[in-house]
Design a protein around this ligand. Structure first.
Ligand code: PLP
Length: 370
């Protein structure tokens, strides 16, 4: 639960657990739930997991009466993204230059990957996509494009991308981790073949995620063992977390942009030179990546932290060290601007009072240097 005196603006990193999710998980706290066991508890675990699986698919608009899409449960979206990439290593893979590291880092290890350009709003260049598809054996190609960027919130035109990708007989994966509660993630509307999502980004627990896939596709496992998840992901399922994932999916509701818009209005009143990245593109309603002139991101971050406001540069690596955002750099933003930028990501608990406090601290940090 969030402390009222602390202002959390890092929902894109992880969202607080929903009360209903916590209750559902705690109700099972002392139950041994291994779905591979044949006895009563095993059967109960299996039932709970299948219910959650159905709720997650329904959140993505899948008609569960048909078997068009299935989902494999994983420990994280990082694992789901690795699973899909690992399936196409013998083929061509096209990714955009604004992917999460769980996709983009693969370019350091494999030479079958091409990188798609983005414009200065971070939107993929569709002509470049056509060019790349025309120039290779696209029948065996995977295109992987993020649905909404975790740093800027910019939404990609996935439906248009899918039309192009399918025209060339290629397959489309979308890392849609920042989608649920923020934008339409209807997999049939978007017409993607594979989609990654992660429970902790929308009120579910850490440690539960999924790769959704068209059942007509033929995937192979990355983790080998007891054959759980139709043989696609061995290892005993994390039943408690999966139950929480299912409850979060049932509660998924798209938030509005009121708090983000108010914040952007207020900081513009303080400083006319502020830059809001991706402002002219379609963005998810909770995210604002902002340049504050002349104040390095880590200084801003520390000053906000001292004032009990928790933000992020959007590109912290696992050691917690801040690095310049590769996403902004690939949008053609100069280093000196990138190095003074901070991501604010709001959530359903963010209030008008929070925005007033954040804006006045923003003003304080800005005016100390000007
Ligand atoms: N993809 C995107 C767009 C993300 O924002 C994140 C998390 O920050 C991930 C993938 C990785 O998700 P997970 O924390 O479940 O590994």
């Amino acid at each position: 639960m969030l402390n009222k005196h602390k202002i959390y603006c890092d929902y894109n990193s992880t969202a607080p657990l929903l009360t209903e999710v916590r209750t559902a998980m705690m109700n099972l706290e002392n139950t041994p739930l291994n779905p591979s066991s044949i006895h009563y508890y095993g059967r109960q675990a299996k039932f709970l997991i299948e219910n959650a699986r159905e709720a997650i698919l329904q959140m993505l608009g899948v008609n569960t009466k048909t078997d068009q899409y299935r989902l494999v449960l994983t420990s994280s979206a990082t694992e789901a993204n690795n699973l899909i990439i690992s399936n196409f290593l013998k083929h061509k893979i096209i990714i955009s230059s604004v992917e999460h590291p769980s996709i983009s880092k693969h370019t350091e290890y494999h030479n079958n990957m091409s990188i798609l350009r983005v414009d200065n709003n971070g939107i993929v260049d569709l002509e470049h996509l056509e060019f790349l598809l025309q120039n290779q054996d696209s029948q065996n190609t995977l295109v992987s494009i993020i649905l909404a960027n975790n740093e800027t919130g910019v939404i990609q035109p996935i439906k248009e991308i899918s039309t192009i990708v399918h025209k060339y007989g290629a397959l489309l994966h979308s890392d849609s981790v920042q989608g649920p509660t923020k934008t339409n993630c209807n997999i049939e509307d978007l017409d993607v073949d594979f989609m990654s999502i992660s429970a902790h980004k929308f009120g579910g627990p850490l440690g539960a995620a999924a790769l959704v896939y068209k059942s007509s596709t033929n995937l192979h496992a990355q983790i080998i063992g007891g054959g759980q998840e139709r043989g696609l992901r061995s290892g005993t399922q994390n039943t408690h977390a999966i139950v929480g994932f299912g409850v979060a999916a049932q509660m998924c509701d798209i938030q509005n942009s009121a708090m983000r818009d108010l914040f952007e209005l207020k900081i513009r009143e303080i400083c006319k030179d502020v830059i809001i990245f991706g402002e002219n593109a379609q963005r998810i309603p909770n995210t604002s990546m902002v340049f504050m002139p002349n104040i390095p991101s880590n200084i801003q971050l520390i000053k906000f932290d001292i004032n009990n406001i928790y933000v992020s540069t959007g590109a912290a690596c696992s050691s917690g060290v801040t690095k310049p955002s590769q996403i902004l750099l690939s949008m053609g933003i100069p280093h000196d601007i990138v190095n003074c930028s901070i991501r604010y990501s709001f959530g359903k608990d963010t209030t008008t009072e929070d925005i007033t406090t954040i804006s006045s601290v923003w003003k304080e940090i800005y005016t100390t240097q000007h």
